[in-house]
Design a protein around this ligand. Sequence first.
Ligand SMILES: O=c1nc[nH]c2c1ncn2[C@H]1C[C@H](O)[C@@H](COP(=O)(O)OP(=O)(O)OP(=O)(O)O)O1
Ligand SMILES: [Mg+2]
Length: 201
Amino acid sequence: MKLVLATNNKGKVKELTTMLQPLGFQVVNIGAYPGFQEVVEDGDTFTANAIKKAVAAAKFTGELALADDSGLEVDALGGAPGVHSARFAGEPKDDAANNRKLLELLAEVPEEKRTARFRCVIAIAEPDGKYHTVEGTCEGMILRELKGEGGFGYDPLFYVPEYQQTFGELDAAKKNAISHRGKALQKAREILNHLYANQEG
Ligand SMILES: O=c1nc[nH]c2c1ncn2[C@H]1C[C@H](O)[C@@H](COP(=O)(O)OP(=O)(O)OP(=O)(O)O)O1
Ligand SMILES: [Mg+2]
């Protein structure tokens, strides 16, 4: 049974593929379906955007599709960049520019007020448009400089006190074990197992 990953983010693809591997699906990237138009992520919530991406991909491909909408919520910025995380510094999407903007905005913010969390909503959609959503979060702090070469996006600025490392320093397996995406996918497993078991042929 195929499961289409409705994301163009290579970092997400890598993490999701690793975590989905034990479930038995044939995981395919949306890139394998030419002509699929990237959806406009204009929802007010991660959930709305995740549903929009998953349903569009499931309808287009006729397969089960999984989308991830995620981002960083910084308390000192009132929850920004939130749903606007990918384009925080404007178009086109640019991780390095986003990190620079975040550091600039937080320049005067003291350590104890640099709390933040990653949030991830995963939506799973069936070809008929039916969908399910699950959510995961991971708490951390925003550093004053980049640390670590791993991961993607805001990872080098996101420090996890429990591990005393950033997401950019943690190895992939550790990040997946504690991340917003890992937690959401853990919950998605139940839905996916159910869909897989109910599959004919
Ligand atoms: O584990 C993460 N580590 C670091 N940064 C992260 C993570 N998870 C989300 N993020 C950031 C990246 C991007 O700035 C935004 C997601 O935006 P989001 O629209 O969900 O993804 P995207 O546009 O890169 O790909 P797509 O929509 O095709 O799935 O949050
Ligand atoms: Mg996006």
